[in-house]
Design a protein around this ligand. Structure first.
Ligand code: ZN
Length: 151
């Protein structure tokens, strides 16, 4: 039996063609080609409804609205992931900068970057593209849970 504190995220692999089938062009550009949406243009930049954010590629839960804050940078910002196993980190030396790229640990989709200038207690700012995320409100999550129960 596996210990519950050692949660292993099972990876999802798809070909570029398969990803193109299920993602919008903007989602594909950001998630699969490490694109960045223009600041201030994303769906969830100025968006503060209570709920959860899921990977737009594979549906893994990534962030909760409680950790979202307005960093004024033009992208959705979170101080902590829902679960640290949900997020993978890679060193990113592109564009002459040293940054830490964050990816979905299940499908390796590009989410954004994490910086050390966030609020306490973590001091972290997960700067995430809206295109990488799908939001569900607490109400929607509850409705889904009830529907599943009925089936
Ligand atoms: Zn994913």
């Amino acid at each position: 039996m596996q210990k519950s504190d050692k949660k292993v995220t099972e990876k999802i692999f798809k070909s570029d063609e398969e990803w193109k089938d299920i993602l919008t062009p903007e989602q594909y550009r950001v998630l699969r080609e490490k694109g960045t949406e223009r600041p201030g243009t994303g769906l969830y930049d100025q968006f503060f409804v209570k709920g959860k954010y899921y990977c737009a590629g594979c549906g893994l839960e990534l962030f909760e609205s409680g950790s979202k804050f307005d960093a004024g940078c033009g992208w959705p910002s979170f101080s902590v992931p829902s679960d640290k196993t949900a997020i993978g980190e890679n060193l990113d030396m592109s564009y002459g900068m040293v940054r830490t790229e964050v990816v979905c640990s299940r499908c390796d989709g590009h989410l954004g970057h994490v910086f050390n200038d966030g609020p306490p207690p973590t001091g972290l700012r997960y700067c995430i593209n809206s295109a990488s995320l799908v939001f569900k409100s607490d109400d929607e999550i509850e409705q889904e849970r009830l529907r599943e129960k009925k089936d």
